[in-house]
Write a protein that binds this ligand. Structure first.
Ligand code: GLY
Length: 558
């Protein structure tokens, strides 16, 4: 616990609240890209304009973000891509990192049995990256443009540089304690401690070289070529676990998206090893038919109901959610209507249920950080939602010498010590304990909502466990409270994750509402901003794109 709390506080402090002024959304008639950063959005838009589809654009945006948004954009991490083709077919590409073959359950415990910091910082924190193989799989199976064309904008941004924004300059400066520990990170991202000023160009020649080799030789280069050899060599030199064999063995898994219905809308969302899709459907399933929305958005009563549903879901998450290739995850049971009705009945409309009194539920046995998100819809109606990550901002802090990219610290998403909180304060159980080649449980939740069988909403967010709350609350704001997309994204957010038993609220939640929630028994704590939603709403022939006013996101279409 002592290890975790300051980190949690730091994470919350990093997300500085911005006045949630709902600006105008971008509007377009054909296609839309919403991502965290303007150059990446422009790269995606250029691919769409030149005949690429939404999957091509998603790959180009992902590689561009690896250059322009180093806190989370990556080739050294992993993520999820949710695809819905214009003909209604859907798929989910899981390119989440995996534990190396020599990883073990207690590898982050010191001799005293206490957690060390090795799951968050340095070479031992790194899971086998999946992004490059994920993007190649997407491009080969669902794209149409040549691979090299999709990497070209990223290579140019890395080779020629781009002007550092105010946000990026601040973010890099704030990451100093992590990045200065590793010589290449210090040189590339901190200018040897001199720091980048807003407007100064960030040029990344080593990254341009790595991307250039991937452009010429494909993902093989990253997993078996020079990049792989240098990565494995650096791991061996610095006590990391990833070997050439781990890299060579990395596989993308194509999964069925998780689907569900809520008040006549169809949701298509992320299956395990994401915990997010189950979370959205379980929470909405508890809320359905409570009439919670009658009291209005932002009211103490509607927040109370939502928080009580969140609390129950996160308790279940701690027990049941994990990599489905290693653990039987009872998805159908957790979303079973009588089970959800039981959870609903256990909510007192006037009083918070103390988390200490709440254990994970007993669903019936039926079979059946920093991160970034971008959303894309093309002119044919194909849609892609990608959330990918290196876990905490700037991941493990390690830039592999000579390769120019940061490595993840995704190993911390495992239950490094089941029952003890991780970087996000999340308490997780045995199901998510470390095992060789297992994927750590994630909260990333790329999601789509269909209305009358037609694509209506495409969205997702970064934010560790707050991803689930951020995505959920934007869905509620649009579906239950009838807000415009820009208001839905800008509205103040709140979050509860069972443990710690704290209701986190953004500063935009009014003092009166906070006092009413406290009177119901919630321990209310104000934090900086949470989540950075990138959303597209499709209404008839028009597209609206909303980047989150909490960040420097950028929506553009044509
Ligand atoms: N690394 C954050 C997540 O996957 O939930």
């Amino acid at each position: 616990m002592g290890r975790t709390l300051p980190l949690v506080a730091l994470l919350f402090a990093l997300g500085s609240w911005k006045p949630a002024s709902a600006g105008q959304p971008a509007r377009a008639h054909h296609a839309m890209v919403v991502s965290r950063e303007v150059h990446a959005t422009e790269a995606g838009l250029a691919v769409l304009r030149s005949g690429g589809n939404a999957v091509d654009a998603a790959v180009a945006v992902g590689f561009a973000l690896a250059v322009t948004h180093p806190a989370a954009g990556n080739i050294g991490g992993g993520g999820f891509m949710l695809i819905r083709l214009a003909d209604g077919r859907t798929t989910f590409l899981d390119f989440r990192e995996r534990a190396p073959a020599t990883a073990s359950r207690d590898m982050y415990l010191g001799p005293d049995g206490a957690l060390t910091r090795e799951s968050v910082s340095g070479y031992r924190a790194v899971g086998v990256p999946g992004t490059v193989r994920g993007f190649e799989f997407a491009s080969t199976h669902y794209g149409r443009k040549p691979w090299a064309e999709l990497l070209a904008p990223a290579i140019e941004l890395a080779a020629k540089g781009f002007p550092v924004s105010g946000d990026l300059a601040d973010s890099l400066k704030n990451a100093r304690p992590k990045l200065e520990l590793f010589p290449d990170s210090r040189r590339i991202f901190l200018k040897q401690g001199a720091f980048y000023a807003p407007g100064e160009r960030l040029v990344q020649p080593e990254l341009a070289g790595t991307l250039g080799r991937i452009s010429s030789a494909g993902a093989r280069e990253f997993y078996e070529g020079e990049t792989a050899r240098r990565l494995a060599q650096a791991m061996a030199q610095h006590g990391g676990l990833i070997t050439l064999a781990d890299l060579r063995a990395y596989q993308v898994v194509e999964r069925q998206p998780l689907t569900g219905r809520y008040r006549g809308y169809d949701l298509v969302t992320a299956p395990p090893p994401s915990s997010g899709g189950v979370g959205i459907l379980e929470i909405l399933g508890i809320l359905e038919s409570t009439g919670y929305a009658k009291s209005g958005p932002g009211s103490a009563a509607s927040i109370h109901y939502t928080v009580e549903a969140m609390r129950r879901y996160f308790a279940d998450r701690s027990e049941y959610l994990a990599d489905p290739d290693f653990v039987r995850v009872p998805v159908a049971a957790l979303l079973n209507k009588p089970y959800l009705a039981g959870l609903r009945k256990s909510i007192d409309p006037e009083r918070a249920t103390p988390s200490a009194r709440l254990r994970p539920g007993a669903p019936p046995r039926v079979e059946s950080s920093e991160t970034t998100h971008y959303s894309i819809v093309d002119a044919e109606g194909n849609a892609v939602a990608v959330t990918y990550t290196i876990n905490a901002g700037y991941g493990s802090g390690v830039t592999v010498p000579g390769l120019g990219f940061l490595l993840n610290n995704e190993m911390d998403d495992f239950a490094a010590k089941p029952g003890a909180p991780n970087l996000f304060g999340l308490v997780q159980g045995e199901a998510n304990a470390i095992q060789p080649r297992k994927r750590p449980l994630s909260c990333m939740t790329p999601t789509m909502v269909l209305r009358g069988g037609r694509l209506y909403l495409v969205l997702g967010s970064p934010g560790g466990p707050r991803i689930i709350s951020s995505v959920l609350e934007v869905i509620q704001n649009v579906l239950d409270f009838g807000m415009s997309l820009e208001d839905a994204v800008a509205s103040p957010r709140f979050h509860h994750q069972w443990l710690p038993d704290t209701l986190y609220v953004e500063p935009g939640v009014s003092p009166r509402t906070a006092a009413r929630l406290a009177a119901r028994g919630h321990r209310v704590e104000r934090i900086g901003s949470m989540g950075e939603v990138a959303a597209i709403l499709i209404d008839g022939g028009s597209l609206q794109g909303a980047a989150d006013p909490r960040s420097e996101g950028h929506a553009a279409g044509y």
